[in-house]
Ligand binder design. Structure first.
Ligand code: ADP
Ligand code: MG
Length: 261
């Protein structure tokens, strides 16, 4: 084996051992382009490291997005503020910078069904994943079910510890399904553990005065709201349902097509 071939084999082996897959893939081509540009050795090495670092950051971001388990990936790019004029756009833009997570503040998205609350909560979570935060999305009811099941299986502490490791928890759709007494108490446990340690984004179709209907006891609901709203940004979406508007438009288009044929 020639010396050069030996070096190549060893280099590739070392890059694999060091877990530098992008360097492994890119080092030859980059060497050729750097030779053409007459770059010095440190510049070549710098460019190679930059490639590895960029790929590594992208892979970590993809992992965080996967781990967040968004039901559907919605971002701000596809949100039409003109369709929902009740929403405070400057506040949303500010929240997208994720400083609220650094300050362990909460976000409450309130309003009727179809006004984009889940979309906005997901978009905030997505922005947080892109900026390096650990996020986990839950429908409120399924979180309560998970908590109840975990308690039955003696896995509750494990689940609570997993939740505590997140920077941001998204609790979607509080208000559609009332919780059992035990369910409300476990949800309260999550909210009170998160208090001043993590951020919560909660979406709800119910005004605060009706939360007792889903959480049961007035005392527990009061304590829950107290923690949630201590340091909170409230976004109200009180416009028309986007879903309804879209399906009306679709129906109108179909009717128009039918009339034309
Ligand atoms: P909510 O959680 O308030 O019931 P969703 O966020 O689930 O509403 O919105 C319902 C559907 O309408 C989703 O597909 C969402 O992406 C879309 N949607 C709602 N509001 C807007 C908007 N302003 N711009 C673009 N899409 C929207
Ligand atoms: Mg929703």
């Amino acid at each position: 084996m020639s010396n050069q071939r030996k070096s190549t084999v060893l280099l590739e082996h070392h890059l694999k051992q060091l877990k530098l897959p992008t360097m492994l893939k890119a080092y030859l081509l980059l060497a050729q382009s750097c030779a053409q540009e007459k770059c010095d050795y440190p510049t070549y090495l710098l460019r190679l490291c930059e490639k590895e670092l960029a790929d590594r950051q992208k892979r970590a971001m993809d992992r965080r997005i996967q781990a967040a388990r968004f039901p559907l990936l919605k971002t701000m790019d596809s949100f039409d503020f003109s369709a929902q004029s009740s929403i405070n756009e400057p506040l949303i833009r500010e929240l997208l910078r994720c400083e609220f997570i650094d300050h362990q503040e909460n976000v409450l998205l309130m309003g009727n069904s179809g006004t984009g609350k889940t979309h906005l909560a997901t978009a905030l979570g997505f922005a947080a994943c892109c900026q390096g935060y650990k996020v986990r999305f839950f429908g409120c009811s399924s979180l309560v079910t998970c908590l109840l099941e975990a308690r039955e299986d003696r896995q509750l502490q494990k689940l609570l510890t997993q939740l505590e490791k997140q920077h941001l928890l998204i609790l979607d759709e509080l208000g559609y399904v009332p919780f059992s007494k035990a369910g409300s108490e476990l949800l309260f446990e999550v909210i009170s553990r998160a208090y001043e340690r993590q951020s919560l984004v909660v979406t709800s179709n119910l005004p605060f005065e009706n939360w007792t209907e889903v959480c049961g006891s007035e005392r527990l609901t009061g304590a829950m709201l107290d923690r949630l709203t201590h340091r909170v940004h409230i976004i109200e979406a009180n416009g028309p349902s986007y879903r309804l508007a879209e399906s009306r438009k679709r129906l109108a288009r179909r009717k128009k097509n039918k009339d034309q044929n």
